[in-house]
Design a protein around this ligand. Structure first.
Ligand code: AMP
Length: 569
């Protein structure tokens, strides 16, 4: 079976299509969301998800999160002395999801449809595919997140023409897409977005507000305190779901702070962020050449759209009540699973032909000769941004100098008229017969497929000499050889055995709570944890389960008491 995976900035989700419906695959802890967090513990074991997050609170140097933001770059993360690229860390997350799916479905999973933000460029998409390979998964399709969401929202189900806008505000990215369903074809007309706007920024706004109130500079806090503050602010932000006033609290040394923050204070602090939602919406409408009145539906996805202030901002801006009934955390995975089922041509599911758009303009460099002077470095667009893909476009260019022996075709991505401002993806050199400038013609064909892989073919018209490349970026993730070496290396790193996961989580949580509780609670915790640790080494499976349950109940009690104390203080 091919599964669908939403590899998110904050959380990742796997889903499948069985018995005629989609289902979210629970992870080893029985939860639907797996935090996209990786840690390496003292034994060199890789932890993923909630356990990794818990470990990271106490050992920030051995933990990484929000690494999706650097996908496809050379940036590395050092965890417990080992360095990893984003795609490798993502590979661990994928490996964990794959294992959970195998246990849940009782079969080996070798293939997946993985979603990426619509704005991801070639490099980032390739890195995502590589992450899949590192996890032992063939990535049969990369699907844009908003497309997946629209499928999950049932666009196309009633087989009537619909124009809609998907607004996806996740942990770290904001994507806007304008799409249309018409006669079994789902076409994206335009995409826009902000790669650096997400729920995390709203958490940061709350942190700033809190620190201003207590008059403390962020830079003066150590890593563990910063993590505790992040946790408290993140929880408080989510509490706006049910309350107009939330509390952020923090202990710095001997000082404990607890500050109430109202929704209107939070809204004022978030104004610059909310304003950043407007721009991509307007741009996508302009690019799609349609007006707001043409939009039949607005759909919200991504965890951060749970924020009431985001929903009301969108409603006021668009003049439409946005749809919000599909669980915003899981809709992308559901859409990816539906896409996987369509790919497998499973019974009971109508194939919707998805088209996507190229997120950037792709072109080459040419010289401009206006009769009096020649100017180098001009960008000739071949595939314009927002062109529906798959697409193949051909342009003819000519030799620029007399007796030129070779022509270099630069493959560039970007929106500037001048190539120096654009991003060089690669180049091809072809030989041409010598002659006066402009005599030799060269055909350049760019083919961009739904997986956003770019093939460039260059043909010298007179000699028919042809060269073809699939663009491998200079800063491209890794060579095949390097990838094979890393795969071998990563296999040595053991992932925490599934059955130990819950026990490990309880031990870590006990350790963290121990550091933040006092008095009676602390004594209770020590006793309970001692008993649990004793059972872990000596007890039967049942006894371990009982001791674990007892510890979990105690954690809940302590956390509730701590919460109450904060509210009272
Ligand atoms: P995603 O990348 O779609 O998983 O979205 C993750 C983001 O959603 C994070 O920044 C979360 O803090 C945010 N989020 C999740 N639940 C809520 C909630 N109830 N209220 C506000 N933000 C939330």
């Amino acid at each position: 079976m091919i599964i669908g995976i939403d590899l998110g900035t904050t959380n990742s989700v796997a889903a499948c299509y069985i018995n005629g419906k989609t289902e979210i695959i629970p992870n080893r802890l029985g939860r639907l969301l797996t935090p996209s967090v990786v840690s390496i513990d003292e034994n060199g074991e890789v932890l993923v998800g909630e356990t990794a997050r818990e470990f990271g609170y106490l050992h920030p140097d051995a933990s990484a999160r929000v690494f999706k933001r650097t996908m496809g770059t050379d940036l590395t993360y050092t965890l417990a002395g080992m360095t990893f690229k984003s795609e490798e860390l993502s590979g661990f997350v994928l490996r964990s999801l794959k294992e959970d799916a195998e246990v849940y479905l009782g079969e080996t999973i070798e293939e997946a449809v993985i979603s990426v933000p619509a704005y991801f460029n070639d490099n980032q998409r390739k890195a995502t595919k590589k992450a899949g390979e590192l996890a032992g998964l063939k990535v049969s399709r990369i699907i844009s997140e908003p497309t997946a969401s629209a499928v999950a929202y049932g666009v196309g189900d009633k087989n009537r023409t619909e124009r809609c806008m998907v607004l996806d505000l996740g942990g770290g990215t904001f994507d806007v897409s304008v799409l249309e369903y018409y006669k079994s074809i789902m076409e994206i007309h335009a995409i826009s977005g902000d790669n650096y706007l997400g729920g995390e920024d709203f958490t940061s706004a709350l942190i700033e507000l809190f620190l201003k109130r207590i008059d403390v500079e962020y830079d003066t806090l150590d890593l563990i305190t910063r993590n505790a503050l992040y946790r408290s602010a993140e929880k408080a932000k989510c509490d706006f779901d049910k309350a107009d006033k939330v509390t952020v609290s923090l202990t710095i040394g001997d000082c404990s702070y607890a500050e109430d923050i109202t929704v209107s204070e939070f809204e004022a602090a978030c104004e610059p962020l909310l304003n950043r939602i407007r721009k991509p919406i307007e741009k996508s409408l302009r690019d799609a050449r349609i007006s707001l009145d043409d939009i039949d539906r607005v759909m919200l996805v991504g965890g951060a759209t749970r924020l009431g202030l985001v929903r009301s901002y969108v409603k006021d801006l668009m003049g439409i009540y946005p749809d919000f009934y599909v669980d915003p955390d899981t809709s992308v995975a559901i859409g990816a699973a539906l896409q996987a089922a369509m790919k497998e041509r499973r019974k009971g599911i109508e194939e919707i032909v998805l088209t996507d758009v190229c997120p950037y303009t792709l072109g080459t460099e040419v010289m401009i000769d206006n009769g009096t002077f020649e100017e180098n470095g001009h960008f000739l667009p071949i595939i314009e941004r927002n062109t529906v893909i798959p697409v193949s476009r051909k342009e003819r260019v000519f030799t620029a100098h007399d007796n030129q022996k070779q022509v270099t075709i630069k493959v560039l991505q970007g929106e500037s008229k001048m190539t120096r401002n654009n991003f060089l993806l690669g180049s091809i050199v072809v030989d041409v017969p010598e002659g006066p400038k402009g005599q030799e013609a060269i055909d350049v064909t760019y083919t961009y497929d739904v997986n956003a892989l770019l093939e460039v073919e260059v043909t010298v018209v007179s000699t028919r000499e042809t060269k073809r490349i699939i663009i491998q970026n200079d800063s491209s993730p890794m060579s095949e050889e390097e990838a094979a070496r890393r795969i071998r290396l990563l296999q040595y790193l053991k992932q925490n055995p599934r059955e130990d996961e819950e026990n490990k989580l309880v031990l870590l949580k006990g350790e963290r709570l121990y550091k933040t509780t006092e008095g009676m609670d602390n004594d209770l915790l020590v006793n309970t944890m001692n008993e649990f640790e004793h059972m872990l080494t000596k007890g039967s499976r049942l006894e371990i389960e009982r001791a674990r349950k007892k510890a979990q109940d105690l954690f809940e009690e302590i956390e509730m008491r701590n919460g109450k104390k904060r509210i009272l203080s």
